[in-house]
Design a protein around this ligand. Structure first.
Ligand SMILES: NC(=O)c1ccc[n+]([C@@H]2O[C@H](COP(=O)([O-])OP(=O)(O)OC[C@H]3O[C@@H](n4cnc5c(N)ncnc54)[C@H](OP(=O)(O)O)[C@@H]3O)[C@@H](O)[C@H]2O)c1
Length: 321
């Protein structure tokens, strides 16, 4: 396989926690990475700490290099569009952190740039690439719980005082940061909503917690609760006409997480193989797609747009409490 060179824009939490472990698991013969930061000091320090192939500063210097195949954009949400478009126009494939953009128009501009430059664009929903999601999709398709009629999900994470997620101008707030996960999950089975409503707890100019009801055609329904107001907790229940799946962590399952299926009062565990650190299946897939080994799956497209359309509707409809 051709060795793929990643470029990383930004040196924050997600890069160290999820991207770097997955990159190292891929192995240096498959992929390496150059990191870019706003300052050369930080870029050099993080390249050394994370044992990367090199560094660049500022971000333009990385985009201008001709030895980068694919750029990972791990910047605050308000910078995703600008840097995705610049990287695509420079001929790189691009993986953008979620949420891809802050508006429908912004995501459409990114997708148009990918089309124009004939490059791939992905949004970093790692769970789409995971074995657990594939197994759920497969079993639901096979009729294990009948037709999915309703999804309930929650995702909470407490964040520090200085976190970018508290800054409205940077695209902060729980709906943009966490609400997009249940919306992306529901988009696997439900089409665009017919009615949305929600309530949020405002704090420091963003929604610190959001609870939403999203009605889809056919009375299909997503209910979710997300926020920065509790320590980490997540989960989902997928209700079907003949049973339900209970998923302890639908978005970033770890080896201790579990899936159960219930039918007519009988509970069974669902076996899911361990597919490594949460970003590993996504990075492995994208690296192989960029190397031309496999077709590029799970690209940013209708699923991403369905999420951001609903986010826009919710932001217009939600009331503060
Ligand atoms: N897919 C997932 O599972 C997942 C999980 C967590 C976060 N995310 C996403 O990843 C992105 C980054 O989140 P994070 O938690 O890693 O954030 P973070 O720790 O605050 O890191 C953001 C990085 O962006 C750069 N940056 C550029 N302009 C900035 C500004 N005005 N203020 C602050 N930082 C700025 C900084 O890197 P330099 O100083 O090196 O330039 C900084 O380290 C967000 O879009 C978030 O939604 C995704």
């Amino acid at each position: 396989m051709k060795k793929v060179r990643w470029g990383i824009l930004g040196s924050g939490w997600i890069v160290g926690a999820s991207f770097v472990p997955a990159l190292h698991r891929l192995g240096r013969e498959a992929a390496d990475a150059v990191i870019a930061s706003r300052t050369p000091e930080r870029a050099a320090q993080k390249a050394a700490e994370w044992e990367l192939a090199g560094w660049a500063a500022p971000y333009d210097a990385l985009i201008a290099r001709d030895d980068i195949d694919v750029v990972y954009i791990a910047l605050p949400n308000h910078l995703h569009e600008e840097w995705a478009v610049r990287a695509l126009e420079a001929g790189k494939h691009v993986l953008v952190e979620k949420p891809l953009g802050l508006t429908v128009a912004s995501e459409e501009r990114m997708m148009a740039a990918a089309d124009r430059s004939h490059r791939y664009l992905w949004e970093a929903y790692a769970f789409l690439f995971r074995e657990q999601t594939r197994e759920l999709v497969r079993r639901i398709q096979a009729g294990d719980i009948g037709a999915v009629t309703s999804i309930q999900s929650r995702f909470y994470a407490d964040i520090g005082e200085d976190n970018i997620r508290w800054q409205p101008a940077l695209g902060g707030g729980a709906l943009y940061d966490l609400g997009v996960y249940p919306l992306r999950l529901a988009a696997l089975w439900f089409s665009d909503p017919v009615r949305v409503s929600g309530t949020f707890r405002p704090h420091r100019g963003v929604d610190a917690e959001t609870m939403a009801d999203v009605w889809h055609p056919g009375a299909h329904r997503l209910q979710f609760a997300v926020g920065f107001t509790l320590p980490f907790q997540t989960g989902a229940v997928l209700y079907g006409t003949e049973g339900r799946f209970v998923v302890t962590n639908p978005y970033h399952p770890a080896p201790h997480d579990r899936v159960f299926v219930e039918r007519r009062g009988e509970w069974e565990p669902v076996a899911v193989g361990d597919d490594g650190p949460t970003f590993f299946p996504m990075l492995s897939h994208i690296t192989r797609a960029v190397a031309g080994e496999i077709p590029a799956g799970h690209r940013a497209g209708p699923g991403s747009l369905a999420v951001i359309r609903t986010v826009e509707q919710l932001r217009a409809a939600m009331t503060p409490i």
